[in-house]
Every structure is written in C-alpha cells, then in structure tokens.
Design a protein around this ligand. Structure first.
Ligand code: SF4
Length: 351
C-alpha cells in the first residue's frame, strides 16, 4: 500500500486515544481491552507495549501504524467454514499481549517488546477498504499479530468495510475481555481463535497469560454470534500428550460439535527449538481424539495434501468441499447443505 497522510481517528475521541479504559487515582489508568487488564502509571505502557498512559489518558501507539497489507486465501487464516474459496485482505500492526516462545510470527508480533521502535506506515482506512475491494476480497482479516491490541484500527477499518459489503475476521489468541467482544459485535463476523493447550501453568509460563482469560474470550465470541473456528498448534513435548489434546477436543466439542478444530503442525521458531516439526503420527492421533470427542470437523494444518483437509458431511461422509493447500472447491455443497443427503454443514458459505 502507498504511504499517505493518515486519516485514522474520524470519531469523537482525540486522535490516538484508546477505547475501553478507565481512569484511577493518581493519573493511573486501567485498560479493559484484554484479560491482562493492565493498570498503567503515567508515562508507562501495558504488557503489549503498544498502549500507553499519556498524562492520565490511555493511547494506542499503533492506531495508524500498519505493518502489513496482503491478500491471502481465507483458508490461510485458517477459516474453512467462512466464505471458503474467497480472498481476505489481511492487515496488522506491531505488538502482542502474549510472548509465546514458539511464536510463528515473532518478527512482527514482538517487534516492540524486543526493543524496537513502533514500526508501520500511516494508511487511511478508506484506502485499506478500497484495496480490499480492488483485490476482489470478501473479507478484511486482522491477523499476523494480535488484533486485540490494535482494536481501534480494526474497528475503524471494520466499520467502513461492513458499510461497503465486506466481512471482518479476527485471527486471535482469544484473550479479549467480554467488553471488547461486545464492542466488536458492531463489525466482527468471524474469528479463528488459538487455543494453545489446556494447562494454565504452562499458558502462564510460555505465553505470559492465563488459560481462563482465553476461554472467557472464546466463549464470549461464541455467545456474541461470531462464527468461531479453533486452532491448536501442537508443539512436540509441550502440548502433544493424549490427555491434553483430549481436554482441548472436549472443550471445543462443548462449544458446539460443529465448531471446526484445526490441529496445526509446529515448525521450530522464535525462542523455542523443540528439535523438529510435529510428527505426522502425533497430528493424526490428535485428529482421532477430536473425532472421539464428537467433533464434526477436524482438520490438520501445515500438512499440504493430507486427506483431512477436505470438508466432509458429518452424516454421510461425502466430501462437500475439496481442498488442496489453501485452495477450496465446492464439490457437493448446496445452500449450506450436503448435496448428497441434505445434512446442514455449519458455517457461512455465501458472501
Ligand atoms: S491490550 Fe491488554 S496488554 Fe495491552 S495495555 Fe490493554 S490490558 Fe494491557
């Protein structure tokens, strides 16, 4: 995208002022955007490093600082049941409220935390939406880093996108507060939520966040009527035991047996080198555990060509959507139902 003067901030807040915060005594503020609920002293920033207390007011340091604008298949998010086969205009700013040692996007997500300036280019929201439309995209995706921490950017672009007939999707760690989800309802249509395991102690140690905060955010999104898919990155030696994978699968099934569960292969990255990518046998075992838990749709990710990439009818087993990597082709899907037996296939299948 071309660099241009920013026109972010077309609302009643002073430019840069954050949403969802409250003042406390002595100039301190509380940020209610994510479950950290940081209490921030004047001159300091929150855990994410991109929201700061300036003279007793909370400001976003990344509101008009886009670091990415790419056209991706929606399958890459991954979202397999939300407008499959369409393109998604994907944007991000720097920063994250987690510090996962196995982050697959660490050059972007940890750019500020690791001592960098706040990078990014000012791009007008209208230009972002125009770029999405021009590229033939059906959605705006807020992704690559954590959209919660660039909520103001997503909201401003998202509301405009919705006016122009586009949908909006988050790829998120799920650590949003219920208040943030409530506010996001005005523009958010779908989310892929990372559920990195089911062990609170490890969540805290490896990601610096609580499991409960993630589950609360995830459940808030489902209750808000946002279409949700769940992804679990399976890291060898960390969250690959049958007990943990079974716990994740059962939790997703409790959200709804139709909720798609993506089991993603890990490649060594960032601060953690576990010795190699996740073995295929581990991923296939996780797939079995997902099906045993009663889930209708379990997919393996980062394993191109695997048969589990296809969407099958939960009743008769017909392949209704065929996939090869990030390409999806409807085979037996008519009006959101299996063309062979008429069973409903949950999701959003028409723009
Ligand atoms: S978004 Fe989360 S991490 Fe960032 S300041 Fe707010 S509560 Fe803290």
């Amino acid at each position: 995208m071309a660099r241009e003067p920013s026109t972010f901030g077309n609302d009643s807040r002073p430019f840069g002022e954050a949403v969802l915060w409250r003042p406390e005594a002595n100039g301190r503020v509380v940020c209610d955007l994510c479950a950290h609920r940081c209490r921030i002293l004047p001159g300091r920033s929150g855990v994410c490093r991109v929201r700061a207390n300036r003279n007793g007011r909370l400001v976003s340091l990344v509101r008009d600082r886009l670091i990415a604008g790419h056209v991706d298949p929606i399958e890459k998010k991954p979202l397999f049941h939300f407008l499959p086969g369409t393109l998604s205009y994907s944007i991000a700013t720097a920063g994250c409220n987690f510090r996962c040692r196995f982050c697959q996007n660490f050059t972007l997500s940890q750019a500020v935390r690791d001592g960098g300036e706040v990078p990014g280019e000012p791009v007008a929201p209208a230009r972002v939406v125009e770029a999405a439309l021009r590229s033939g995209c059906a959605t705006l995706a807020y992704t690559y880093t954590e959209p919660t921490i660039f909520f103001e950017t997503a909201e401003e672009v998202g509301l405009l996108a919705r006016q122009r007939g586009l949908k909006n999707v988050f790829v998120t760690n799920g650590f949003l507060t219920p208040e943030a989800v409530e506010r996001a309802r005005a523009f958010l249509d779908a989310a892929n939520v990372d559920l990195k395991g089911f062990d609170d102690g490890r969540y805290r140690k490896v990601c610096g966040a609580s499991l409960k905060g993630v589950l609360t955010g995830l459940e808030s999104l489902v209750r808000a009527g946002v279409w949700v898919e769940v992804t679990t990155l399976v890291v060898p030696g960390m969250n690959d035991s049958d007990g943990e994978l079974r716990a994740v699968a059962r939790y997703v099934a409790d959200l709804g047996r139709h909720v798609p569960w993506h089991i993603s292969r890990y490649h060594p990255d960032y601060l953690m080198d576990s010795g190699g990518p996740t073995p295929l046998a581990t991923l296939e075992r996780a797939w079995e555990l997902g099906r045993e838990a009663g889930l209708d749709h379990v997919y393996l990710g980062n394993v191109p060509g695997h048969p589990s990439e296809h969407t099958t009818c939960p009743k008769c087993g017909t392949i209704v959507l065929e996939r090869l990597g990030f390409h999806a082709v409807p085979r037996a899907l008519a009006g959101g139902r299996c063309a062979a037996c008429g069973e409903r296939i949950h999701g959003v299948f028409a723009a």
